[in-house]
Design a protein around this ligand. Structure first.
Ligand SMILES: Cc1ncc(C[n+]2csc(CCOP(=O)(O)OP(=O)(O)O)c2C)c(N)n1
Length: 692
């Protein structure tokens, strides 16, 4: 192996060497502890350390890195203390995730390391978002994301590289080509000669390098970093290496031909670097032995301290609270508990009672009752978005065709002229990467609103939403300050893929908030509240209401509180608990059937639900109909009915009924669609309750 030291001093070479050796020796110790059953899973990076270490050391310490499961060298090069890493691997409270995450699935903003989710590819687009933030702030910085060669087969790889290229983002993408994705060899993974060749297709530069040579990696990434910053462009680096152990320790290596290990053993990144250092008289063999001994001694010491963890005290209230970051007004959520305090019961008590964190900025006024001029539903959304753009200079809008074209429904028409192309961003057609980008922006303190062109298309951004945005705060204390606007619903003859109600997918996901307004006032106030909320919020806006519903809307900037239902009308015979278009169906029905006293509750927020308002309505009537446009099976109506049965049984005079749409895809033909929608069965359901 040929090493080129260029202008690196002896001290710098020794510094690199010590950083390279450190993760190797830690791993060797961990493999022993693993065999003793003292830690659980382990993904080995032995043989690949030069990539993680060389790359991390070529960056500035405040530049974000998105590492994967074999990148211990990133964590150690960022000087994360071994004792705490070791606590993390044991699942201890004092680790980086309060015992909630395993192996390398964690990050910390303190070290500018973004924790991976198991799905691998989603890491890449987060780097796009961070790089976009650097670009917008005009900072001379890059972000760096890792992928294995297996991960390059994921759509996320394609989407992330394409966005980085189209938006001229300073991102370094590193492929660690280690020959195998679990048991799958490269011959069954892709057909191109080198993965770096793909860069050309994205309009991006790339290079293939020896990933086992730490000086090559360090020098290349330093140069690539300069290139990315100077040219404001991404770059793809393919590092050739080999996985010297099994996929994870339990998987063994039987599926890898033995001769490959022989071939790669002689290319060991550490042994070779040591030979070079000795030959160049930078270090003597004895110096090297001493460094080994010194590091081993430190490891023993750190592990000894790292074993000294306190038992986790389980507290459900505390766990539930940490799913969310403190919300506007401090009603829900918390900051991640500081290490070493959460196991203390008095701290937990503080969380459960008064110890809530409040945001610094004052809460905007909350206005339920509208007093302003009559405004269409769609224009109220536009107002809320517009005023939020004025309020938050760090708010970025992203979506397909939202700039010059003004969006599929024209909600952002005129925004480009007023707020500029940097903040009003047309995106390529890639929902997953844009959700990932939104998360990356959030890591750097930006807010973003992403417009799904139709709620139906969220399915291709689903993973990033339910696994990354939703879980990140609970996992390692990072919030996702992202709103996703979801033009939803049927009634407009648009067929199966432009009409769906998919809110229940998200209501089932802890970590998200789900809002669904039915009036112009609520549409504006809830959108403002969603943007102010530091958590990921799915904002459903019913397309059929856009231009059919008008109502008074307060002119100025205000919030409608997330998590609070609206009493549409009070009555004492039948409760209709509903939201979205259902509210208007219920109101129309009630106005045509004045002989029945209806109590209509507009939920407005589906996650978290306003159980107090639901219970109050049940008590008033004793007969409940849950009405929604979503299909029946697995719809939120089932959840509400179950909750009422569990908590309000004594007030019921009839079984809780659900009136929902047919369990079919949404049909195109208007007559079929009319029959599909819950409204077609509303009369029947009400009569059933009346006559019970
Ligand atoms: C979306 C998804 N599918 C499957 C897996 C299971 N899995 C975990 S790692 C892995 C192989 C990854 O190979 P590669 O990207 O080359 O990285 P390496 O493990 O070789 O470093 C697989 C299939 C996963 N984690 N995520």
């Amino acid at each position: 192996m040929v090493f080129n030291r260029r202008d690196l001093s002896n001290e710098q070479l020794i510094h690199l060497y010590k950083n390279l050796l450190w993760p190797r020796l830690i791993e060797e110790k961990m493999l022993v502890l693993l065999r003793q059953g003292k830690i659980s899973k382990w993904f080995s990076g032995i043989g690949q350390e030069a990539i993680a270490v060389g790359a991390a050391m070529a960056l500035q310490e405040d530049e974000w890195i998105m590492p994967l499961h074999r990148n211990l060298g990133v964590f150690t090069s960022r000087k994360m203390p071994l004792r705490k890493l070791f606590m993390q691997w044991q699942g201890a409270q004092e680790g980086y995730t309060n015992g909630r995450e395993r192996s390398f699935h964690f990050g910390t903003s303190e070290h500018h390391i973004c924790g991976m989710i198991s799905h691998l590819g989603p890491q890449l687009a987060i780097a796009d978002g961070v790089a976009l933030a650097y670009k917008l702030k005009k900072q001379d910085k890059v972000s760096l994301a890792f992928t294995g060669e297996g991960g390059t087969s994921e759509g996320d790889f394609h989407e992330a590289l394409n966005v980085a290229a189209v938006w001229d983002l300073p991102v370094i993408f590193i492929i660690e080509n280690n020959g195998y994705g679990l048991s799958t060899p490269v011959s069954e993974q892709f057909r191109c000669a080198q993965l770096a060749d793909r860069a050309k297709g994205y309009g991006m530069e790339s290079v293939v390098i020896d990933g086992n040579n730490v000086l090559t990696v360090y020098d290349t990434i330093k140069g690539v970093r300069d290139y990315c910053i100077k040219n404001q462009k991404p770059y793809l680096v393919e590092c050739m290496t080999f996985r010297m152990r099994g996929h994870e320790e339990a998987s063994g290596t039987k599926y890898v031909p033995a001769e490959l290990f022989e071939q790669w053993k002689v290319k060991d990144p550490i042994k070779n670097f040591e030979t070079f250092l000795i030959a160049g008289k930078v270090l003597s063999a004895e110096d090297i032995d001493n460094i080994h001994e010194e590091q081993k001694r430190r490891i023993e010491e750190e592990v000894r301290i790292g074993f000294d963890t306190k038992p986790i005290i389980v507290n459900s209230e505390h766990e539930l609270r940490e799913v969310y970051k403190a919300s506007p007004g401090g009603e829900t959520g918390s900051q991640h508990s500081p290490v070493g305090t959460a196991h203390n019961t008095s701290t937990i008590k503080a969380y459960a009672t008064g110890g809530r964190f409040r945001r610094e900025a004052p809460v905007p006024p909350r206005r339920d009752a509208a007093t302003g001029p009559s405004v269409r539903f769609i224009d109220a959304i536009k107002q809320g978005l517009h005023q939020s753009m004025q309020k938050h200079q760090n708010l970025i809008l992203m979506g397909q065709d939202i700039a010059e074209y003004g969006g599929a429904f024209k909600i952002t028409e005129g925004f480009l002229q007023q707020f500029g192309k940097e903040r009003v961003r047309n995106t390529p057609l890639c929902e997953s990467a844009i959700v990932g980008t939104a998360l990356g922006l959030s890591l750097e303190g930006y807010k973003s609103v992403m417009e799904m062109q139709f709620a139906d298309f969220v399915s291709v951004g689903f993973n990033q939403i339910v696994n990354n945005l939703a879980k990140i705060h609970y996992r390692w204390g990072q919030n996702a300050d992202v709103v996703i606007r979801m033009p939803t619903g049927a009634g407009v003859g648009a067929g199966p893929f432009h009409s769906q109600s998919n809110e229940a997918w998200f209501v089932h996901t802890p970590g998200l908030k789900v809002v669904y307004p039915s009036t112009p006032q609520d549409a504006k106030g809830l959108l403002i509240a969603a943007i102010n909320d530091p958590n990921p919020v799915m904002y459903f806006e019913h397309k059929a209401l856009y231009r059919s519903i008008t109502g008074p809307v307060t002119d100025d900037y205000f919030e409608v509180e997330i998590g609070k239902a609206r009493q549409v009308q009070e009555g004492n015979e039948i409760s209709v608990i509903t939201y979205g278009a259902g509210v208007h169906w219920a109101e129309d029905y009630a106005s045509e059937h004045t002989d029945i006293s209806f109590d209509i509750l507009d939920l407005r927020t589906l996650l978290p639900l306003d159980y107090d308002a639901i219970a109050a309505s049940v008590k008033r009537t004793g007969k409940v109909l849950v009405l929604h446009e979503d299909t029946l099976t697995g719809g939120i109506g089932g959840e509400i009915a179950a909750w009422i049965a569990e908590n309000c049984f004594q007030y019921l005079d009839a079984p809780v009924l659900r009136c929902a749409s047919l369990d079919t895809p949404v049909p195109f033909n208007l007559e079929l669609e009319k029959n599909f929608l819950a409204k077609a069965r509303l009369h029947e359901s009400v009569q059933k309750l009346v006559n019970y």
